[in-house]
Design a protein around this ligand. Structure first.
Ligand SMILES: [Zn+2]
Length: 179
């Protein structure tokens, strides 16, 4: 078992055969692709990863990556704390072909060389799970607006009538008439 300082690189196949377990934290500030999307870079990403080999001798990485990040609320434009919990269920494969043969519950991690950089891996898992847009919970939002969350998703678009496509011939006719 490995706790505290996480390694910079890891060898997923070797760790899988060793049944290794990682637990630790990395600062949000050390994830540049993530902080680009955030209101600030405070906080940590908690990492808990179990390496194992399945019945098909596939090296797997299972576990969880979680964090609380500060995003801008789209309603009041103030900072909202958003919890992100990213379950990790990854199979280490050598190429696209092996990736394509995986069952739906396993995400491929294509590793040709032995060492994988840990930070980009963790960052990617968070990016896949975080919301594209952040909103405060209704009672904590500073906008004073009623939330839209009672409305089923997509209904706003459905209410808008489909724009009528102008008949190309009538447009042409209009152009001619305007001359
Ligand atoms: Zn808000």
């Amino acid at each position: 078992m490995f706790t505290g300082q996480l390694p910079k690189h890891f060898s997923p196949r070797k760790l899988a055969y060793q049944n290794a377990f990682f637990e630790g934290e990395v600062p949000v500030a050390s994830c540049p692709r993530l902080t680009e999307l955030l209101a600030d870079d405070r906080g940590v990403v908690k990492v808990s990863l179990q390496f194992e080999v399945d019945e098909q001798r596939r090296p797997l990485i299972k576990g969880q990556v979680s964090t609380t990040i500060d995003m801008i609320c789209e309603r009041c434009l103030d900072v909202a704390e958003i919890d992100v919990v990213a379950p990790v269920s990854v199979a280490v494969v050598r190429n696209e072909e092996q990736a394509g043969n995986l069952p739906a519950d396993l995400d491929p991690l294509i590793v040709e060389e032995e060492a994988v950089e840990l930070l980009p891996f963790i960052e990617q898992e968070i990016l896949l799970c975080m919301p594209g847009f952040a909103y405060h919970e209704n009672e904590t939002c500073h906008s004073g607006q009623e939330a839209y969350s009672t409305m089923p998703e997509g209904s706003a678009e459905e209410l808008e009538p489909e724009p009528q496509r102008p008949n190309p011939f009538s447009v042409l006719a209009g152009l001619k008439a305007g001359k």
